[in-house]
Design a binder for this molecule. Structure first.
Ligand SMILES: Cc1cc2nc3c(=O)[nH]c(=O)nc-3n(C[C@H](O)[C@H](O)[C@H](O)COP(=O)(O)OP(=O)(O)OC[C@H]3O[C@@H](n4cnc5c(N)ncnc54)[C@H](O)[C@@H]3O)c2cc1C
Length: 453
């Protein structure tokens, strides 16, 4: 296998693992012999996972980002077939001017189609469209024994369901076919509504779910008090005006974080000050705008390498979902515990997941209230806080998202995802990850180096 000097890292820059050997794959017609290697293998695309689910310390990271070719588009059915390293940004650039949009998109467009499947990602339209995996009609999976399997809901269907949300452990996805959705133009009709409590968030959600395709909220959890939080509820639909289809999109300005900020810059006080300013910058309770899709879906993409805000020690994302029945109580406990810890989450996002079932065996989304938080890494203090949050989430019948995790215990993972045993039989015997060895430690005896070495 060829090697290159790229060091695989995840977005949170925590944990920093010893570099895996990087092995690029350039062509579907020139695939490496995966059975030959003594080390375990894990596909790596753009490293937009936050923790260690995309890392393979001491093993081989198979760089699939060069598999970035479009293969075919069936305009009648809206079916796009492309290689797995094609990014969502590439797809938007080519398909939006032709009147097509992604079925589901996360908060960054710099992820690959393969990564979108492996984490069965969700977006602002979960309540209307479910996860990305629901829109996948088939893909080709390379196993380490050289087999190339077509997987779909009807062919190799168990492997199809294991690979969706399968954390890259079932083989290399070579190409994917999935359904796009038609749009009239590149603009979104959006509302931003200020809310002053969790109850008000629920009220606005209830009023919005049926009529708005996209919903999500920025929240200030440090405000405390009876209302628990305050925030801005964002909701939107694709604009339907034909005349806007011809309107050229302004190029979006982007900045790059030039350096790692010193660790002390983001602290509870600075986060409080930011929250205060951001909440009040919108003077009216409700604002309506027509905006290009890019800033609506990807507000953070305009600051390249924004993880540097958190300094050299990196940060931890924490996203959980709890059922609606326990959601209010779990939120009260979780927010109380966070405030008590003195750790401030700089960017906190709240959303309701809908009840469209996720297709993957280990998919994270399920009906309930989901909150995504990020914390600067302050060693044990941060880790203890997140372990405590795990317990509250578990008690409330919820789960934590592996794509954003860097520290959950094996006990917690196995309680969150009891189907991990069923999933295990579909793992390719030559594949593993830092995450998987951490959460299923019995496997650690064999890997990352094969044959027990
Ligand atoms: C700013 C930001 C916002 C985000 N917002 C959201 C969000 O709203 N919703 C959400 O669900 N997620 C979100 N994420 C997480 C992100 O969408 C996922 O982690 C995504 O999987 C990253 O894709 P990637 O291409 O960078 O893959 P990587 O991070 O490199 O890898 C992710 C996983 O995919 C596997 N993989 C990659 N390519 C292949 C392949 N060809 N074959 C088999 N396995 C493969 C890897 O082994 C790994 O397990 C966000 C991340 C960031 C940084």
């Amino acid at each position: 296998m060829l090697t290159e000097n790229k060091i695989p890292q995840s977005w949170g820059r925590y944990p920093r693992v010893k570099p895996a050997q990087m092995a690029p794959v350039f062509w579907r017609s020139e695939l490496p012999n995966l059975a030959d290697t003594q080390q375990s293998i894990l596909p790596f695309a753009y490293g937009r996972s936050y923790g260690d689910s995309c890392l393979n310390e001491g093993g081989i990271s198979l760089d699939v980002s060069h598999l970035n070719r479009f293969i075919a588009f069936d305009e009648a059915e809206g079916l796009l077939r492309c290689e797995s390293g094609v990014s969502l940004a590439d797809i938007l650039e080519v398909m939006v001017p032709r009147g097509w949009f992604l079925p589901v998109s996360p908060g960054t467009k710099f992820v690959s189609v393969g990564g979108a499947i492996a984490n069965d990602i969700h977006g602002k339209n979960h309540h209307k469209a479910g996860t990305f995996g629901r829109h996948v009609t088939c893909f080709e999976l390379l196993r380490s024994n050289g087999e190339r399997l077509l997987c779909s809901p009807t062919e190799n269907s168990a492997l199809f369901r294991a690979t969706i949300g399968g954390l890259g452990l079932t083989g290399v996805i070579l190409w994917v076919e999935f359904r796009l959705k038609p749009i009239v133009n590149a603009y979104i009709d959006m509302d931003s509504i200020r809310f002053e409590s969790l109850d008000e968030f629920f009220d606005i959600s209830a009023e919005s779910d049926a009529d708005y395709e996209y919903t999500m909220s920025w929240v200030d959890i440090l405000i405390g008090g009876k209302g628990l939080c305050r925030g801005k509820f964002m909701r939107g639909n694709h604009n339907q005006a034909r005349e806007l289809a011809a309107k050229p999109m302004k190029k979006r300005l982007s900045l790059a974080m030039p350096l790692d900020l010193p660790g002390f810059v983001l602290n509870t006080l600075s986060v409080k000050a930011f929250n205060e300013a951001y909440y009040h910058v919108q003077v009216d309770k409700r604002v309506h705008k027509v905006v290009p899709y890019d800033p609506f879906f990807y507000p953070l993409d305009s600051i390249h390498e924004w993880y540097r805000l958190y300094g050299k020690r990196g940060f931890l994302q924490y996203q959980f979902v709890v059922p609606f029945t326990t959601g209010h109580e779990a939120m009260r406990e979780i927010l109380g515990r966070i405030r008590h810890s003195g750790e401030g989450s700089f960017l906190t996002v709240l959303k309701k997941f809908g009840d469209i079932p996720s297709p993957g065996m280990l998919s994270f989304p399920r009906p309930g209230l989901t909150l995504a938080l990020d914390f600067s890494y302050h060693g044990k203090k941060t880790l203890n806080l997140l372990n405590d949050l795990d317990k509250i989430v578990l008690q409330g019948g919820g789960v934590v998202y592996p794509a954003k995790d860097a520290r959950m215990t094996a006990e917690a993972f196995q309680a969150f995802y009891p189907r991990w045993h069923e999933f295990e039989q579909y793992i390719d015997p030559h594949f593993s990850s830092s995450f998987w060895r951490r959460v299923t430690p019995s496997e650690g005896a064999l890997l990352p180096v094969m044959n027990g070495k």
